[in-house]
Structure formats: structure tokens, C-alpha cells
Design a protein around this ligand. Structure first.
Ligand code: ZN
Length: 467
């Protein structure tokens, strides 16, 4: 009885994916979670909860452990950004006029080099993490910079702001274009190992909200020796790996010139294709490479917005799914100009439309279950992203035993979305149905509609008027 007294309750309309990209919507659900943020019970219909239990819930209301959403609101799992460069938040929204290799030399490397200054790191990292939370991103996998101490600053920002995440210092020992932004091979490996040890010690204190990730930037900036050294560390410490793979034609040509083999095979030779490894883009992966990734249990961080600018193509999400490769969504700030996962979901739908247009495929010629819709986008930003990160038993949906990482969305926040006129909707009395409201949420909402955000059951953001 004592334990149940400490439970917290949220009653609300709820939407999540429990298996694949089909969204389950419950118009009146009740979720209980404990003080540590573990979900203890999910009632799909609050009206069917028995009277004795309802007395317990009412008691919780008296001491502030109960919250009830209203008709315009949805409770959804927190969004998962599987690929974001935290330092690049500082110039997000600018400098998108160059192809990838020049873009890196001209904008990215100089901006990242400035993060050797810990004050700069503190200022920009804190902003990036806060902004992500305001947009509903409860878990993110971060690239930092090559600087070990500044990367610790990013880790501390996550701890302070309460966001779940992976933090990796970038490893790179080849950078002829901007030689002052790079490392010696041995120093890069030492820094990577030090950071794993440091973050693992922090991890003990934080219920595993903060996790290390090995971060070779991409093949053109890494010697084979560095890749192999990182592969050894991945095995030794059993940690996640992130990098970029098969992003654009200019990078593919560069890799081919230097190594005469595609980047997937270089990563595999270095033992970096592992379960829990996640590679951004994968736009130009061939069938054999997708199969190899599936076999190794590695996943793709799909970054559709950034791909429009740099990739010379779009990831065919359906093809990746069919090959058995997990796919999450990434903002790829600042190759993508938006940190919002809602924008990433919409961009994923558009990227799929672009593939159809390029192939002159008419959507009505496709089977219904072969589309990429707002539901597919939502899946990749929640449960699909969780699976890509190997966290599907922990986050991504509302299930008993998982963490309460959640976003309360309010469609009726003043000043953004007008209600669907009565008579036009398919719901009761001609109002919008739950499914229509959900689709409008994905297509129309922005940070203004993100009312409350929880990580591990802790309220980490409440918009003005919602606290
Ligand atoms: Zn990236």
C-alpha cells in the first residue's frame, strides 16, 4: 500500500505505437508511474477502472500526484532524435548554400573549433538541450566536438536539464581542409576511452539517463587505425557507436578514391557495425550493405531534411525496413535547419513523396501498407527510434515497465491551430475525430503546442500557462 501511495497518475487522450508504425489512440487512458519514473500500470480506458482503484487515484489528486488532460490534448511518448550535432545548434538555420565537403570546411569545422572554450560550450550546449526539450525531444543522440572537456560540459547540461541522451566526443584524425581541427590518432583514442569511463561513472548516479557513444565523424576524417581502435573500444566497453554512412555522392567518391571500398565495409572491418550502432543517412546504401547492417543489428538515423540539402537523394525507408534495418529519425542539426522532431516527421513524409515523384510512381499504384505517412514518421520518432538505439524495452511507448518519458500536446494552445469547424470532422457531432486530431497534431503543431514534457517521470518542461 505504501508503494502505491507514492504513484503518480496522468489521465488523458493518448497516442503511441506498440509494435510497428500503426498508431494506437485511446480517447481516455490512465497511466500510473512511480517516483522513479517507471510505468506501473496502463489502463486503456479510464472509465473502466474499478471504483476502489478510482478512490486511490482521487487520493493522489489531493496531494498533487494526479494530472488530467483536456479534450484538446494528447499524451504521446517523448520524441527521440537519433542524430544531432549539439555544437551546430549555434549556427542552425544559416549556411546551407554549399555542398557537404565545402560546408564542413567553411562552416562546421570553424564553428566546432570554438568549443575548445568551455564558456562557449556551456552557453550553446545549454541552449540546444533546453530548446530540444521545449520541442518535446526527451532522448537525443549527440555528436559533440573533438574536445573532451567541452563534451563533459554537454553531458552536464543533459544532467541539469533532465534530458535522456547519448553523448559522444567526435573522433577524427584526418582533416587536410582545416588542419587545426583534428586530433592525433593516439590522443583521439585516449580521449574516447577517458570519456567512456567518465560517462559510465556518471551513469551510475542517473538511472542510466546519460550514456556514452563512440563517435567516429565519418570515413573521410578517420584513419583505418582510428576506426579499428574505436571498434576495439566498442567491444571492450560494450558501448554504442554512431557515425555517418553513405550520405552523399561526393563523400562516396572521396571514400572510393581513398580506400577503394564502400564505407559500410570499412566500418565492418573495424568492428563498428554492431548491435546498437547507429549511422546517419544511409541514402546510397546498396542491397548488400543493408543486409550486412541488418545482420549486424545496426540501424539508420534517417535525416530527411538534411538530405534535401546535401545527400543527392533520399533514404528509401521502406527498403530499409524490408531489409530488416531499424530506422529512427534525426534532426541532423545543423545540416537540418530545425531541431523539431515534428518537422523531421513531416520531412520524412515529403522525402518519400519525392522518391515517388522521381520514380514517376503514382501513390495509388502503391499498396496502402507501403506508404510513408504521418504515422510512419511518428513511429520513427518514438518506438522506431527507441529500437534503433536498443532502448525499445525502456522508452518509445507507454507500457508497464518502461520509463515515463512523455509529452502532453495541446492542440488548443491559443495562437496556432484553429479547431476544425463542426460538421467537417468524422468524430462525434461532426467534430474532428481522434485520428483527425492526431494527424493535425503531426502536421500543424509546433513548440507552442508542447505543453508539458516528462523524462523518467520528472517534469522537465512546462510551457507558460501549463505549470
Ligand atoms: Zn550529421
Amino acid at each position: 500500500a505504501h508503494a502505491s501511495q507514492a504513484l503518480r497518475y496522468v489521465r488523458s487522450r493518448m497516442a503511441h505505437c506498440t509494435r510497428g508504425p500503426t498508431v494506437e489512440i485511446q480517447s481516455d487512458a490512465l497511466i500510473a508511474f512511480d517516483a522513479n519514473g517507471e510505468i506501473k500500470e496502463v489502463w486503456r480506458d479510464a472509465k473502466a477502472v474499478d471504483a476502489q482503484m478510482m478512490d486511490v487515484v482521487k487520493a493522489a489528486r489531493l496531494d498533487g500526484r494526479y494530472m488530467e488532460g483536456n479534450a484538446g490534448q494528447f499524451l504521446v511518448p517523448g520524441f527521440i532524435d537519433t542524430h544531432i550535432h549539439a555544437p551546430q545548434y549555434s549556427y542552425m538555420g544559416s549556411g546551407l548554400d554549399k555542398p557537404l565537403l565545402q560546408w564542413l570546411d567553411h562552416y562546421t569545422f570553424p564553428a566546432e573549433a570554438a568549443f575548445s572554450d568551455l564558456d562557449i560550450a556551456q552557453e550553446h550546449y545549454q541552449r540546444a538541450v533546453k530548446k530540444g526539450l521545449r520541442e518535446g525531444t526527451t532522448t537525443a543522440m549527440y555528436f559533440a566536438t573533438i574536445h573532451k572537456e567541452a563534451t563533459k560540459v554537454l553531458a552536464h547540461c543533459l544532467l541539469e536539464e533532465g534530458q535522456r541522451g547519448f553523448v559522444g566526443a567526435v573522433s577524427m584524425d584526418v582533416n587536410p581542409g582545416v588542419p587545426h581541427y583534428g586530433q592525433q590518432t593516439e590522443a583521439a583514442l585516449n580521449d574516447a576511452e577517458d570519456l567512456i569511463v567518465y560517462l559510465k561513472s556518471k551513469l551510475q548516479q542517473t538511472q542510466k539517463r546519460l550514456m556514452p557513444v563512440l563517435t567516429p565523424r565519418y570515413v573521410p576524417t578517420c584513419s583505418v587505425e582510428l576506426l579499428k581502435g574505436l571498434g576495439h573500444l566498442a567491444e571492450k566497453y560494450d558501448v554504442h557507436v554512431q557515425s555517418h554512412i553513405s550520405e552523399s555522392l561526393d563523400v562516396l567518391e572521396e571514400v572510393d578514391r581513398e580506400h577503394g571500398v564502400r564505407d559500410t565495409y570499412l566500418f565492418d572491418d573495424a568492428k563498428l557495425l554492431r548491435p546498437g550502432s547507429i549511422f546517419a543517412h544511409g541514402v546510397h546504401l546498396q542491397e548488400d550493405e543493408l543486409c550486412l547492417m541488418a545482420e549486424r543489428g545496426s540501424s539508420i538515423a534517417h535525416c530527411p531534411l538534411s538530405n534535401f540539402f546535401f545527400a543527392h537523394g533520399h533514404l528509401d525507408v521502406r527498403r530499409a525496413f524490408e531489409a530488416g534495418v531499424g530506422v529512427g529519425l534525426g534532426s541532423d542539426v545543423a545540416g537540418g535547419y530545425s531541431i523539431s522532431m515534428l518537422n523531421a516527421m513531416r520531412s520524412a513524409v515529403l522525402a518519400h513523396k519525392a522518391i515517388l515523384i522521381e520514380n514517376k510512381t503514382r501513390p495509388d499504384q502503391l499498396p496502402q501498407d507501403n506508404q510513408v505517412t504521418h504515422e510512419t514518421g511518428f513511429y520513427m520518432a518514438t518506438l522506431g527510434g527507441a529500437a534503433a538505439l536498443g532502448l525499445q524495452d525502456k522508452i518509445g511507448s507507454f507500457e508497464v515497465g518502461k520509463r515515463f518519458d512523455a509529452v502532453l500536446v495541446d492542440l488548443e494552445t491559443p495562437g496556432n491551430i484553429d479547431p476544425m469547424p463542426t460538421g467537417l470532422g468524422k468524430g462525434r457531432g461532426g467534430d474532428a475525430s481522434d485520428a483527425e486530431d492526431f494527424e493535425r497534431f503531426i502536421n500543424l503543431a509546433d513548440g507552442r503546442n508542447i505543453a508539458k514534457v516528462w523524462v523518467d517521470g520528472h517534469l522537465v518542461h512546462a510551457a507558460e500557462g501549463y505549470d
